[in-house]
Design a protein around this ligand. Sequence first.
Ligand code: AHG
Ligand code: MN
Ligand code: MN
Length: 347
Amino acid sequence: MSNLKTLGQFIIEKQSDFPYSKGELSRLLRDIGIAAKIVNREVNKAGLMDILGESGSTNIQGETQQKLDVYANEQFISALRSGGECCLVASEENEDIIRLEEEVSKDANYIVAIDPLDGSSNIDVNVAIGTIFSIYRRKSTTGLATLKDVLQKGVEQVAAGYVIYGSSTMLVYTTGKGVNGFTLDPSIGEFCLSHPNMKIPQDGVIYSINEGNYVHFPKGVKQYIKYCQVEDKATNRPYASRYIGSMVADLHRNLIKGGVFIYPVTFSAPNGKLRLVYECNPMAFIIEQAGGRATDGSRRILDLEVTELHQRSPIFIGSANMVKRAEEFLATAGNLTFHDAEPVLTA
Ligand code: AHG
Ligand code: MN
Ligand code: MN
């Protein structure tokens, strides 16, 4: 008991990191932690409850929504609504921004962008999934908060985090002063500080990319993959390939062990697949705070201009030296150069 520090205690202790803070951000983080516990309860019973399977609706990107996607979205939004610190939510599951201002206090100055359930294709198969969140301060000073208040560069984030519902459930977050990880102790229902001051190794031996899309990758990415597979004792190659298909889980492992996660542009996804506002930016903030690197292949993710809520971006993120090496291959090959004709294997 003596060494136990709960998420709630930690957040309160850290409040003094922000001079003049009135505790709103602390309350907001606490609210997200509570919603995460509720979602975790449902995730854990996914195999038992009538919550598996498709809900029958699709989200704005045309993807089939799983019931847990919908459930998680509702839980996080309602926690933010009742918490009263957030004036506007942007979610992967909602085409438009969700205004809470009229329901919460006029002093609610925070904006939350969220991917309520990341890795939804893994729900039905008992593989780790997650939640990603990003917090901004409202910029506009009069009237209702608008879409523009969400379209801030990643560098403006005041906090970001993720929850991983894995073999154990963890909440990892940053407020720009390092990264701390908390493991849920189900016996007491509390997130407890288990991974203080997380740092990602500068080098690693894991590369994470959906290699099934290989023929659709730019030349530089193909060459980097081949580089990872070449035998070289000095650099510990060949590297290990590890790809779960839940960005949160793939990045969590790479954060702890060292590694690079890549979701590049492809022929079919010319802007990449992952979403800048609620996937790339929060993860980039966390990984940079842990000493890693995150770019779109050449530009820092956190500096990218944000023009649309559901904007996509390619991403190269993880151990700094691995990301840099991948960027070198892209620069040499020309970032967006694809092979001319792709080989077609016939039966
Ligand atoms: P989401 O479940 O929120 O739509 O996100 C899925 C994302 C991300 O978690 C994962 O890294 C990636 O999609 C996997 O995509 P592929 O199946 O194309 O590899
Ligand atoms: Mn996602
Ligand atoms: Mn999602």
